[in-house]
Design a protein around this ligand. Sequence first.
Ligand code: PMV
Length: 322
Amino acid sequence: MVTAFAPGKCILFGEHAVVYGQPAVAVSIDAGVEVTIRESNSWILEGMPFEPSRHPHISHIIDDIFDYTGRPLKIDIKSGLFSAAGLGSSAALSNSMGAALHHLVNPDEPLDLISLARIGHSAEANAQKGRASPTDTATSALGGCVVVSGERVKGTQHVFDATLETPEGSRSWSICRASLPQVDDTWIVLGFTGIGSPTGRMVAGVAELIERDPQKMDDIRAIGEITSSGLASLSKGDMESVGFAMNSCHEKLRNIGVSCPEIESLISAVENHSLGTKLTGAGGGGCMVSLTRHPRRVAECIEIAGGKPLVSKLGSEGARIL
Ligand code: PMV
């Protein structure tokens, strides 16, 4: 029997702008997905017969990545993440499945987190018609603070490059690590609106907006600049400035039409207790994030406003065998 865990992620800066080559900054969060696999007489997922076509991430890892021909597996999944909420739950599932199967097949070979990030990215791309950024899978595999960009970002440590053949042509990204300050008095609190975040639709909506109004590219470039200054503040441990950059980033995200009334209402509920607040992920639903020194207060305010809170440190350990 093998159990593996991979964390979810929160994008602090750069969502949507990253689609246009700007950098994005994400941190892993404490909550994630745990997968347990054990050999069995038949293929079972969560107590039911396993139907590969209904679980493309898992079946891609078993068949295409590992070409697994061993005994059938009983697979159990425990998730601490809201799904379709922009917290990277499918990336965390892919990474923990990849880590668990790697350990079952090669028990003496240590887990290589870069290979795991590539496995997770391949599973996401396979399940999303060839379109997936490596942000979620890299952050979940490596843990800590990860910067994904069209080109290497100054002040970060380059880890690996990822390329993907998409229906729109070949895309490549540079994946870097950024150092996180030793701050033990600041948390992030995620607030889930309860509405699924339709990433594909939101990305398409931004593309249409820019086509109608090319001036909106100014907002995309501004998000890129805010991301760089937010990252510099984060590396220095200047959390007030990080919060300020988050607020500015959210204003630009609003300008490109990706916020929604439910996100705005959770943000209003917590802004007095936060260093900064913004939507995180694709928007149109999904989650907002508060950077705060009062996590319990913020979590209460989110609940009162009708959202579901999740408190985390910034940047937990990455994927691992338990
Ligand atoms: O909803 P998420 O966490 O998958 O975030 C999407 C981030 C976008 O920038 C909107 C899309 C992307 O591929 O980077």
